[in-house]
Design a protein around this ligand. Sequence first.
Ligand code: SAM
Length: 285
Amino acid sequence: MNHQNVILSPGLYFVATPIGTARDITLRALDVLASADVLAAEDTRSLRKLMEIHGVPLGERRIIAYHDHSGAGARAKLLEAIAAGKSVAYASEAGMPLIADPGYDLSRAASEAGHKVTCAPGASAAATALTLAGLPSDAFFFAGFLPNASGARRKRLDELREVPGTLIFYESPKRVAASVADMAAVLGNRPAAMARELTKKFEEVRRAPLAELAAGLEENPVKGEIVLLVDRAQEAEVSEGDLESDLQAALQGNSVKDAAGIVAEMHGLPRRKVYQLALQLAKGG
Ligand code: SAM
């Protein structure tokens, strides 16, 4: 038996579940699942199955279905149970609750009500992919899923251009080739990685610049669950003098906006910064 029955004080216990391999669950998560008075889950069937695999008895308890769209009524029931002195465990379908998964409304409501809110943490695809991607991990930005439509997706990518850290996205296999192509177009040919089926039989990590990654995905479509990671924009080493003379040249025959775009691309610099300088030069400053 891997779990222990423990006494849990009243409160909300978020429980992380594996992102693939069932044995990636923690012993503490099993203890919480074995001992909580009330069990709630994003997907009741997958929690029941996970508990079966690990020999955690359900006993008299039933698993309550809850996600943030379940609404205030479902949330109120869980909060009432905590107020009545019960421990409530909430498990995601896979990985950490709240990471591109439900739980935010529940977490906020429970803490606003003054209840204990804690977590038995575990695997998350974002953190696992970052560990494997071969990209800088000193700072990163989890951007979740991009919009499905290309126009909205490119707009969102444009908003993320200047984030000073590795960008992390979740993506479906259906859209991954189109998304990586849009990333190459909007962000430039940055170093990137695609991590697929993490902790599972067909785990794979491709590390390549965006354009190469896009071409590979176009040729060989992939299946399974996917995380995309993209390096931050590289601040090229360019002197102010060089920048100014390149801008002066580009301003001959181009609008300020276009000149800034050309020079920003030339040096791999953020468009906005170059635009300010181009404006000054155009005004004769
Ligand atoms: N809460 C989860 C977490 O902490 O990672 C994420 C849930 S989100 C609804 C599901 C998405 O996460 C998938 O579409 C995929 O992009 C990513 N994902 C989940 N498991 C994965 C795995 N084993 N390998 C790669 N990506 C995974």
